[in-house]
Design a protein around this ligand. Structure first.
Ligand code: ADP
Ligand code: MG
Length: 233
């Protein structure tokens, strides 16, 4: 069994942290932001210094899955002063909104350059088993529910079709000054996840929201993995 999954299992946890989730993605060959846990202001400053500015700070808590709703995400931090201030603000906001939450600290990550936001998800259907979802991020998914689905395992053809069939596809091709993104890289991501899901029945759900897509690549900016309670192989 995968080390990260095994570790969570030992602790009877089904929710992987953002750090663990990104580590899993990295192992699968998916590009993610650098990410490290900081348990104090000082540690957050040290890590930021080493990582290089600008950085992003996010609340690290097993009890908080919608980090920005909790005031737990600060982006574009350009120096130590910004980091210390962001750390304090995140803690104050989270303690007020989720007084009972267990807090591990913050994750420090490099700030990804802006791109076209897409999402990739995996859920399990009672009948079909693992199913992958693809869509554009932001309002496209929240308001317009503009997403497509395919059953695992995906073929290259499936990956191509599921990207092409969303209504917002033209945005990915480049629309009114927005840069076209590399579609093949997104297909590769879908195929890598499909492959991983086939081999890893312990995973119940996965959310990569958002992925920033660029003309020359793509990067997972947020990730969340939920494990099954138990698996019979
Ligand atoms: P939430 O738990 O609220 O979904 P996210 O980790 O997705 O939190 O962060 C919220 C938003 O902040 C993202 O949609 C993205 O636009 C921005 N963001 C988060 N992390 C980064 C990063 N490392 N680089 C650039 N932007 C980021
Ligand atoms: Mg997110």
């Amino acid at each position: 069994m995968n080390k990260i999954i095994e570790e969570a299992r030992k602790e009877s946890r089904t929710l992987l942290s953002e750090i663990e989730s990104k580590q899993l993605l990295k192992e699968v060959g998916i590009n993610t932001t650098e990410i490290k846990l900081a348990a104090s202001e000082e540690e957050a400053s040290d890590i930021s210094q080493k990582m290089g500015y600008p950085v992003v700070l996010k609340i690290a808590s097993p009890d908080i899955s919608h980090k920005s709703d909790a005031g737990g995400v600060k982006v574009g931090l350009k120096d130590e002063e910004d980091v210390v201030k962001a750390y304090k603000e995140i803690m104050a906001s989270v303690k007020q909104k989720f007084p009972g939450a267990k807090i591990e600290g913050v994750s420090v990550q490099n700030m990804a350059k802006p791109g076209t936001e897409v999402i990739i998800g995996m859920t399990k259907d009672a009948q079909f088993g693992p199913v992958l979802m693809f869509g554009l991020g932001g309002v496209w998914v929240e308001v317009l529910k503009d997403v497509s689905f395919r059953i695992v395992p995906l073929t290259r053809r499936d990956a191509q079709e599921m990207i092409k069939e969303i209504k917002g596809y033209r945005l990915l091709e480049g629309y009114r000054g927005s840069e076209p993104v590399n579609i093949t890289v997104l297909e590769d991501m879908l195929l890598k996840i499909s492959d991983f899901m086939e081999k890893t029945p312990e995973i119940k759900e996965m959310d990569i929201n958002p992925v920033f897509a660029y003309k020359d690549g793509a990067i997972a900016v947020d990730a969340r993995v939920v494990l099954e309670e138990s698996v019979s192989r």
